[in-house]
Unconditional design. Sequence first.
Length: 155
Amino acid sequence: MTKSMYRYVGEFWKNRKTPEFQELMRSRIIAWRREGALNRVERPTRIDRARALGYKAKQGYVVVRARVRRGGLRKHKIKGGRKPVHSGITKITMAKSTQRIAEERASKHYPNLEVLNSYWIGKDGRYHFYEVIFVDPHHPSIKNDPKIISAYLGG
């Protein structure tokens, strides 16, 4: 049996150590870093992952690239008398993942759209990058498709 195009794209994303992949991602992340925190994109960067999560190339679907900071939540050192172990500086982590934070920020920016799903597309020393897939529940092509309404939007 032959492989589909999506299988080849998926294998390319799995083999991240190849020089081709690293050079491509390096140039992409340099460009993404200079953009804003939320950017609507024309088409998904990882088409195989987007399709697996429910994306379709039709009107009513929107893809947004979100940038979220990396790292723990280290706090400033307290200038007071206490043991360092009780100062509460280290080992403070978020209850939410950065992917969930990206989804929430993007949904706040696009209040008329419903979040369908999201996936990881890259990271550098300071940021994680995710793509969030949105569905417009009021778009006629989405309203007229019973599979989308029942499966994703619970209606």
